[in-house]
Design a protein around this ligand. Structure first.
Ligand code: FNR
Length: 378
C-alpha cells in the first residue's frame, strides 16, 4: 500500500501482522478511553499560525543530556519488538541511528542488549522496570553499562498490569491462549516469512533468559505479573541513582506532585506518560497532564512526553506545551511491522517534514523557539 503519511503505517501493520499481535500493540486498557483521548487531545491543541515572520531555514536539531538529536524525538521502549519484525529491536535501533535520534531498548526485548548496542554507532538508551528481584535489576544495569548505555529510562507506571480486554478478545491472553496463539502464529506462513522464522522453534530471545526454563508467551505474561513490585517507593530507588552515573529518566509521570518528587529525587528527566493508555484507563491524556507538570518543573529537569503522538504536528504541540522532546511508541512500531528498518526511517523523515511545515507556519525557526506562544487561545 502507498505510504504518504505517518498514519498510513497503522493500516499497513494491520495487514501484515497476525491479528492478535496487531491488537496487542494497538490496544489499551479497560474501555480504552485514555487511549483514544491521548490521540484526540493532542489534536485539540490549536497551533497559532504566524505569517511573514521571515522564518527561512528551519533547524530541527536539539540537545538532550549532551546528545545531539536531529529532531526532538526518541523511540520509546516497546516490549517484544522483535516479534513484530525480524530482529526488530536491531532494525528499529538502526533506523533511529540513521536518522539521528535515540532508540530505547525495553527490559523485555527479544534481542539482547549485547546484540543491539554494537549494531549502532550512537549510544542506545535502556529502559528498566521495577522488579521484585533487585539482583535481576542490578544485572540488567550492569549489562547495559558494559554495552555503553548512558541514558537509563526507569518506568514506574506499571506496579501492577492494567487489564487489557482486547488481548482477551483476540486470544492473546487467557488460559493457555498465549501459547496456542503463538504456535498458530509461528505456523502462519505469511507471518513466519515476515519475521524470517520459517518454522524454526519459537524463541523469545532475551526474554527467555529471564524466564529460565520457560519459553512460551504465557510464561512471559505470568512472569511479569509475578515479578513487578507494587510496593516500591522513591527511597527504594536510591541505590539505582547511586549505581547509575549517566542520566536517569523516570517514565510514567502524570501528576505535578510526582514530577516535583522526581526533581527532589535527583532525576535528570521525566516522561509525562500514561503508558500509551495501556495502564489505568480514565487517567488524563498526556496533552492534558503536560501543562501543569511543565509549570511545576520546567527548567529543573528534562521533560519528555509520549502517549498518542502520531505525527510531526503533535511533536510541535508537545513542545509548545512544555516538553523538550517526545517519545514515539506505536507510531514507530506500526512502521517497523509494516516495513522494518526502512519503514521506521521513512516514518522519521515524515515526522521531520511535518515539523518543518508546522514550525514555518507558527514562526519558529529552531526548536528552542517553540513555546506556549505557539498555542492559539480559543
Ligand atoms: C509499550 N510501552 C512500554 N513502556 C515501557 O517502559 N516498557 C515496555 O516494555 C513497554 N512495552 C510496550 C509495548 C507496546 C506494544 C506498547 C504499545 C507500548 C509504552 C511505551 O514506551 C510508550 O509509553 C507508549 O507506547 C506511548 O504511547 P503511544 O505513542 O504508543 O500512543
Amino acid at each position: 500500500m502507498i505510504i504518504s503519511s505517518p498514519g498510513d503505517f497503522r493500516e499497513a501493520a494491520r495487514r501484515k501482522l497476525p491479528s492478535f499481535l496487531f491488537h496487542y500493540i494497538d490496544g489499551g486498557a479497560y474501555a480504552e478511553q485514555t487511549l483514544r483521548r491521548n490521540v484526540e487531545d493532542w489534536g485539540d491543541v490549536a497551533l497559532r499560525q504566524r505569517v511573514l515572520g521571515g522564518v527561512g531555514e528551519v533547524d530541527l536539531t536539539t540537545k538532550l543530556f549532551d546528545e545531539t538529536l536531529s529532531l526532538p524525538v526518541v523511540l520509546a521502549p516497546v516490549g517484544l519488538t522483535g516479534m513484530y519484525a525480524r530482529r526488530g529491536e536491531v532494525q528499529a535501533a538502526k533506523a533511529a541511528a540513521a536518522r539521528g535520534v535515540p532508540f530505547t531498548l525495553s527490559t523485555v526485548s527479544v534481542c539482547p542488549i549485547e546484540e543491539v548496542a554494537p549494531a549502532i554507532d550512537r549510544p542506545m538508551w535502556f529502559q528498566l522496570y521495577v522488579l521484585r528481584d533487585r539482583g535481576f535489576m542490578k544485572d540488567a544495569l550492569e549489562r547495559a553499562k558494559a554495552a555503553g548505555v548512558k541514558t537509563l529510562v526507569f518506568t514506574v507506571d506499571m506496579p501492577v498490569p492494567g487489564a487489557r480486554y482486547r488481548d482477551a478478545h483476540s486470544g492473546m491472553s487467557g488460559p493457555n491462549a498465549e501459547v496456542r496463539r503463538m504456535v498458530q502464529a509461528m505456523t502462519h506462513p505469511a507471518w513466519a516469512w515476515h519475521v524470517g522464522l520459517r518454522g524454526t522453534p519459537h524463541d523469545l530471545g532475551n526474554v527467555s533468559r529471564y524466564l529460565g526454563k520457560a519459553t512460551g508467551l504465557a510464561d512471559y505474561i505470568g512472569w511479569l505479573g509475578a515479578n513487578f513490585d507494587p510496593s516500591i517507593s522513591w527511597k527504594d530507588l536510591q541505590w539505582i541513582r547511586d549505581f547509575w552515573d549517566g542520566p536517569m529518566i523516570i517514565k510514567g509521570i502524570l501528576d505535578p506532585e510526582d514530577a516535583k518528587d522526581a526533581v527532589s529525587f535527583g532525576a535528570d528527566g521525566i516522561v509525562v506518560s500514561n503508558h500509551g493508555g495501556r495502564q489505568l484507563d480514565g487517567v488524563l491524556s498526556s496533552a492534558r497532564a503536560l501543562p501543569a507538570i511543565a509549570e511545576a518543573v520546567k527548567g529543573k529537569l528534562t521533560i519528555l512526553t509520549d502517549s498518542g503522538v502520531r505525527n510531526g504536528l503533535d511533536v510541535v504541540r508537545a513542545l509548545a506545551l512544555g516538553a523538550d522532546a517526545v517519545m514515539l511508541g506505536r507510531a514507530f512500531v506500526y512502521a517497523l511491522a509494516a516495513d522494518g528498518q526502512r519503514g521506521v526511517e521513512t516514518l522519521l523523515e515524515l515526522f521531520a517534514k511535518e515539523m518543518r511545515v508546522a514550525m514555518t507556519l507558527t514562526g519558529s525557526s529552531k526548536i528552542a523557539d517553540i513555546g506556549p506562544g505557539n498555542i492559539a487561545r480559543l
